[in-house]
Design a protein around this ligand. Structure first.
Ligand code: ZN
Length: 831
């Protein structure tokens, strides 16, 4: 511990990591349960610490804060917390006396689980604050309340600790070729479902983020830190990042204060001789990251990046990098943050107060007064509302009908989100479409317009409207609308959870059919129009009798918030009957996905998360290495996400091809399509590149910007869908938003039945795109379907399940799983 700690006296009654764990930080990678054990021991021994669990990870590991402050502050912590909440309310903030009000500092570590110096430094930090007797420690404890979050991502962190420790030798090995320093797929960066939790601060798909944001808004910290690692040959980075890549909604004063705090980090790193830099990389643009989310909430978010030792020792261009060295840099900058926060206490508190006053002014003068939204699907709406309310954004019912953006919104089924509320900036960033950018380089996505992602009908409102009650929650429900002596039940496919419900029906061995031509029929709720995609469950000749079927469907209706409508006859209008050939038999999907080295773990994780969490369908993830022995006859659907598949052997490829031609349903995403083209599984052509020849000679110094300008890191595209195509069943209108990354495009097949989804003629809805790409993409196919033998190949160029929040694309994916077998092969160009 002497290596890390500043000189001074330390309380002997406080246990050190050695006392509890039997080793010093840096000797081993602390596992998550050891970390919990040690911090619990500190909590028990110290009157400066209160430990609070705030969530459980997917793997049921606790996420928690240590609330650390002077015991006298802890005794009045509720009062301190309430004062900080008041500071965000412009009408009450002047009442707060800040003379003795401590600042709130949220210190968080290792959101990327394999960037482990952070969480290991958190242990040293907690010990220092619990045991330290110096005037510096006392000053920090008096003037701040620290919310120490030792590990933002317990599941990924534990995966990595296990890897590094498993391969550690007694005689440390620093050779970069060593297995210890080269983790295998999917690595420890991400959480259980392989999501990057440091992109989830705005989207809140995962329990880790949901719990953390709750704590954030419970305390409204003044400073929040996010300790990461970067490439082994770098040094140490702290924010501010590249000035031109700051979100334009973030006030300049935020960046100025970040820089002022930076002088404390510089002094601390100077004192131990560590190299560092600032401003030369990393941005502050996407509000879904840990160091940027605070900036939209009157708080200073700070990113730290330490060159990674990966394992315990690693050769680097700055000499041999040891794990303890990386921990020490994270520790000293944790201390410099504490010092800065304590010294700049009043400045930071006033910044927050002024931030919310200015928000109020901006809200009042905003040309846009609010946004009106509607959607028939309560499941989608409730998820959308959950995100808004987690960010303390208020949504209201309407007290009048509104006409806006050429659309009608009835008060009965529409909602309104006003600009004039304390979270004005969050409303703005959640709803706005952005097409102008000060810079062309993005560390992450350039657009995240949530109502587009959710495929909601919405419009800007420029006049004031009469508000109804504030919405506290939206509770979707579903029902079996029974009839006496039912002939069949019909499931409404428009509901978000319909695919999950259908799978439950199939899993109970009931035969199901799908409607391919709309009709009206007398049902349990009167005459009802049934649409393409609605699912028919006939009563006759099933393995259950009518009562059992009604019990089962009634339970599914409740569990999945879907509606089943009973009908007493198959005789419908529009020349339809339920026994008509245009009501097709369906097969239960049995799904596999290829994973492993070379496959994008993010994209694979999104499929896994969606099928597992949203559909409750078992998904077999076959590692590339096991493909040779897999029995493909067990599956009728195989998914290949964005990734490299060239390394599959000839016999592995033959196996897949034979399976498709024998009737399999192959679903391909993004560059898996290129693999299928190369292997001639499908007949599709890459778009001919019409590169404009530049006549201007570029200077070497412009190269980074020029390369960045050609990257499409993530933008929102609009597409038209053919509502009569099985892949597009269940959508209400023929326009959807797709999330696009990358610039691959394909020649549109001449057979229009094989391209049911096409970009519009002016396709870019929001986000940065390379110059001219909108024209290139205009009108092109975004989804194509191909026949291969008696199987089908469905190609999605975009990410339909992006980060678990792209609800609008989900139905296309569900349709691909359930309906591929009913796509009429005669409509598709032969391969
Ligand atoms: Zn990181």
């Amino acid at each position: 511990m002497e290596y890390y700690l500043p000189e001074g006296t330390y309380d002997k009654s406080i246990p050190t990591p050695m006392d509890v764990l039997g080793y010093n930080p840096g000797d081993w990678h602390v596992s998550h349960d050891q970390l919990v054990t040690y911090l619990k021991a500190l909590d028990a021994a110290s009157d400066r610490i209160e430990m609070r669990e705030y969530a459980r990870s997917h793997e049921n590991r606790p996420l928690f804060n240590l609330i650390i402050s002077d015991p006298s502050n802890l005794a009045r912590k509720e009062e301190i917390r309430m004062d900080h909440l008041k500071l965000t309310d412009h009408s009450k903030s002047d009442q707060v006396d800040i003379t003795n009000l401590p600042a709130i500092l949220y210190q968080g570590y290792s959101i990327h689980g394999n960037e482990s110096s952070g969480a290991n430094a958190a242990i040293v930090n907690a010990y220092y604050l619990a045991a330290g007797q110096s005037s510096e420690v006392m000053h920090t404890l008096k003037n701040t309340v620290i919310l120490l979050d030792p590990c933002y991502n317990p599941d990924g962190f534990n995966r990595f600790a296990s890897w590094a420790n498993t391969h550690k030798s007694k005689t440390l090995v620093s050779d970069p070729a060593s297995r210890e320093l080269n983790e295998v797929w999917p690595r420890g960066r991400t959480n259980h479902y392989w999501f990057d939790l440091n992109r989830d601060w705005l989207l809140l798909t995962h329990p880790e983020s949901q719990g953390r944001i709750k704590v954030f808004h419970n305390w409204r910290p003044n400073v929040l830190t996010d300790h990461h690692e970067m490439g082994t040959n770098s040094t140490f980075f702290f924010q501010p990042g590249i000035p031109s890549r700051t979100n334009p909604n973030t006030p300049q004063l935020n960046q100025d204060l970040t820089e002022k705090i930076g002088t404390y980090h510089a002094a601390a790193l100077d004192s131990i001789g560590s190299l560092y830099y600032t401003k030369a990389s990393f941005d502050d643009f996407y509000y879904g990251k840990g160091s940027t989310y605070p900036d939209a909430n009157g708080c200073i978010g700070i990113l730290f990046e330490q060159a990674s030792s990966r394992g315990h020792l690693h050769e680097s261009s700055n000499g041999v990098l040891s794990f303890p060295f990386t921990i020490r840099n994270q520790f000293v900058t944790s201390l410099s943050t504490q010092k800065a926060t304590a010294h700049m206490r009043k400045e930071l508190i006033n910044f927050k107060r002024d931030f919310y006053k200015k928000q109020k002014k901006a809200a009042t003068s905003s040309k846009i007064k609010g946004y009106v939204i509607k959607d028939k699907d309560k499941v989608k709406l409730s998820s959308f509302h959950r995100i808004l309310s987690s960010h303390k954004v208020d949504m209201y019912a309407l007290n009048q009908n509104i006409s806006a953006g050429g659309k009608q919104f009835k008060k009965e089924d529409s909602y309104y989100v006003p600009m004039d509320q304390s979270q004005y900036l969050m409303v703005k960033t959640i709803f706005e479409k952005v097409r102008k950018f000060p810079d062309s380089l993005f560390y992450d996505v350039s657009a995240w317009t949530l109502p587009l992602a959710f495929d909601l009908t919405y419009a800007e409102v420029t006049n004031t409207v009469k508000l109804g009650d504030k919405v506290t929650s939206i509770n979707p429900s579903g029902k079996l609308h029974s009839v006496r002596g039912a002939y069949a039940y019909i499931l409404d496919w428009k509901s978000y959870n319909a695919p999950a419900a259908l799978y439950q029906v199939m899993n109970n061995d009931l035969r199901t059919k799908v409607i391919n031509k709309p009709f009206s029929l007398e049902s349990g709720v009167g005459v009802r129009k049934f649409n393409r995609g609605d699912i028919v469950i006939p009563i006759q000749n099933q393995t259950m009798d009518l009562n059992e079927i009604e019990d089962l469907l009634g339970g599914i209706a409740q569990d999945y918030q879907v509606d089943f409508y009973g009908v007493r006859s198959g005789w419908a209008d529009n020349n339809m009957t339920l026994g008509n050939p245009e009501v097709d038999k369906l097969d239960m999907p049995s799904v596999a996905m290829i994973v492993g080295e070379g496959v994008s773990s993010y994209d694979a994780g999104e499929v896994w998360h969606h099928i597992d969490q949203r559909y409750n369908i078992p998904l077999t993830m076959i590692d590339k290495r096991q493909l040779f022995r897999a029995d493909m006859s067990r599956y009728n659907a195989l998914i290949l996400v964005n990734g490299r598949y060239k390394d599959l052997s000839k016999s592995e490829f033959d196996k897949i091809e034979e399976w498709v031609k024998g009737g399999g349903n192959l679903i391909l995403f993004r560059n898996a399509i290129d693999w299928a083209i190369d292997k001639e599984i499908i007949n599709l052509e890459k778009a001919k590149d019409e590169k404009e020849k530049s006549t201007v000679k570029s200077k070497y110094q412009q190269s980074a910007a020029a390369n960045g300008a050609t990257v499409l890191g993530g933008a929102i595209f609009e597409a038209k869908i053919d509502l009569s195509h099985p892949l597009c069943y269940g959508y209400d209108d023929d326009q959807i938003a797709l999330f696009r990354r990358g610039t691959s495009l394909y020649e549109t097949p001449t057979n229009s039945y094989s391209n049911p989804v096409n970009y519009t003629n002016n396709p870019v809805a929001s986000g940065y795109i390379p110059r001219g790409f909108d024209k290139k993409a205009a009108g092109r196919a975004a989804v194509t379907v191909h026949q291969s033998g008696s199987g089908k190949v469905i190609c999605f160029q975009d990410n339909l399940l992006f980060r678990g929040y792209w609800y609008g694309g989900n139905k296309l994916f569900g349709n691909a799983l359930f309906f591929s077998s009913i796509i009429d092969g005669r409509t598709l160009a032969k391969d």
